[in-house]
Design a protein around this ligand. Structure first.
Ligand SMILES: [Zn+2]
Length: 382
C-alpha cells in the first residue's frame, strides 16, 4: 500500500484586516507563479529554473511562501510542457509549507507579510484535529468564504484482520447494496427520496434555464452536487463501518470505468428505431443515473476502507446483475425477485449484483438460452 494522503478542509474566520492581508497574499502568490512560469518558458530562468532561489525574484511574501511559489511554478511549467499550453492561474490561493504554520485548537498560526514585515499571525478557524503529519497549507477564498485545505500524510494503517469478503453494488432504486459472503445482504440509502430531490433540482433548473437565468442554474448545480456529496459521504461511512463490524478484509466493487459505457450502450441501443417514448425514457434514465455520483460513492468507499486497512478490488462489471450466483447462467429479471431459469435459484434481484461482486462471478456467466432477452437493459436496479 502506498503512502496515504488526505486533505482536511477547515473554515477560517479572519478579521477584516486579516482578510485584506490574505487577499493580497493570494494575488501576489498567483501573479508570482504566473511571472515565474513565463520566465521559465522563455528561458529567462535557464535549465528549468535549477539553481534559482528566492533571492532571484521579488515578491511581497514571507520567504518560505516565496519558496513554495517557486516550487509550484516549476510544477505548473512542467505540466504545461506536457499539455503544450502555458496556463495562467486565475483563482486566488496561497500556500505555506509545513515548517511555517501550525494549528493550535481553534487558531491557525502562520506568517503573513504586512507592510514589508513578516509577522506570525493567528487566524481564528473551525476546531480541527489533525491525525497525521501535516505538509502543505493552502488558503483560498470561494463564494466569499475563506478556507484552508490542510494536506496530511496518514500513518500506514494496520492491515485489517477480518477475512470476510464483501461485494458492493451501487444503483438508483437502492443507492447501495452490499453482500458479505456467508452473512447475507444489506441495503443502504433511500433511493426514493434521492430521486425525488433530484427531480426537484432538475425541474427547478429547467425553469431557470427557460428564464435565461444562467447563474442561478449553475448555483443549483453546485447545490445539488454538494447535497449528493454529503449523501455519498454518509453512505460510504455506513458501508465501511458495517464492513468493519462484520470482519470484512476484502471489498469488491465494480470497476469504475464500467459505469459509463453501460449507459452509453443503453442509449445507443434504444435510440435507433425506438419509439420516441422509449428514447425519452432513456434520456431520463441518463439524467437520473448521474454516473458521477456513483463514481464518487465508490471512490469514497475505497479510500475509507483502505484507511482501515481493508483491501479493495475492482471487478469486471459485465453481467454482474444478470448472472445467477449459483450456476452463472444469465437471466433477465423484471420482477423484484430474481429467478434463474437454468437452476431455479431465487433471491432478491437488487442483491444479485452485490453477491456477484463479492464472489467476482459475473464474468464467468453464460447465456441461459431463450430466457435472455436480447438488448436487455441489464436488469440492473433500474
Ligand atoms: Zn442458476
Amino acid at each position: 500500500m502506498s503512502e496515504m494522503k488526505t486533505t482536511v478542509p477547515v473554515r477560517l474566520y479572519p478579521t477584516p484586516e486579516q482578510a485584506a492581508l490574505l487577499r493580497t497574499h493570494c494575488q501576489e502568490y498567483i501573479s508570482t507563479i504566473n511571472v515565474l512560469v513565463a520566465a521559465l518558458d522563455s528561458d529567462v530562468l535557464p535549465e528549468g529554473g535549477k539553481g534559482v532561489s528566492t533571492k532571484d525574484f521579488t515578491a511581497a511574501l514571507p520567504s518560505a511562501v516565496k519558496n513554495q511559489a517557486l516550487r509550484d511554478a516549476r510544477s505548473v511549467w512542467k505540466r504545461a510542457g506536457a499539455l503544450g499550453v502555458l496556463p495562467m492561474l486565475r483563482k486566488p490561493f496561497c500556500q505555506w509549507n509545513n515548517q511555517n504554520w501550525r494549528v493550535a485548537s481553534d487558531m491557525l498560526l502562520l506568517p503573513l507579510c504586512q507592510d514589508g514585515i513578516v509577522r506570525q499571525m493567528a487566524i481564528r478557524c473551525a476546531p480541527v484535529a489533525l491525525d497525521g503529519t501535516p505538509s502543505l497549507l493552502r488558503i483560498k477564498r470561494k463564494r466569499g468564504r475563506w478556507s484552508a485545505e490542510i494536506a496530511l500524510t496518514l500513518p500506514e494503517p494496520e492491515p485489517a484482520t477480518g477475512e470476510a469478503i464483501m461485494g458492493v453494488d451501487v444503483g438508483i432504486k437502492i443507492p447501495a447494496v452490499v453482500h458479505i459472503i456467508g452473512k447475507g445482504s444489506r441495503f443502504f440509502g433511500n433511493g426514493h427520496s434521492q430521486r425525488f430531490r433530484r427531480r426537484h433540482f432538475y425541474a427547478g433548473r429547467k425553469q431557470l434555464q427557460q428564464a435565461g437565468k444562467v447563474r442561478a442554474v449553475r448555483k443549483s448545480q453546485g447545490k445539488e452536487q454538494r447535497w449528493m456529496r454529503d449523501i455519498n459521504h454518509t453512505l460510504s461511512r455506513q458501508i465501511v463501518t458495517h464492513a468493519q463490524e462484520q470482519g470484512v478484509g476484502v471489498i469488491r466493487l465494480e470497476e469504475l470505468a464500467g459505469i459509463r459505457p453501460r449507459i452509453s450502450q443503453r442509449t445507443a441501443r434504444t435510440s435507433r428505431g425506438a419509439t420516441a417514448r422509449k428514447a425519452a425514457k432513456a434520456r431520463k434514465n441518463n439524467r437520473m443515473k448521474n454516473t458521477w455520483s456513483f463514481f464518487q460513492l465508490t471512490q469514497f468507499i475505497t479510500y475509507k476502507a483502505e484507511r482501515l486497512g481493508m483491501h479493495v478490488e475492482q471487478i469486471n462489471p459485465s453481467y454482474t446483475s444478470q448472472t445467477c450466483p449459483a450456476c452463472f447462467a444469465r437471466n433477465k429479471a423484471d420482477d423484484r425477485r430474481y429467478v434463474c431459469a437454468a437452476c431455479g435459484w431465487m433471491g432478491q434481484r437488487a442483491a444479485v449484483g452485490a453477491i456477484n461482486s463479492a464472489r467476482d462471478t459475473g464474468r464467468r456467466g453464460h447465456s441461459a438460452g431463450a430466457t435472455v432477452a436480447s438488448g436487455s437493459d441489464g436488469g440492473r436496479v433500474a
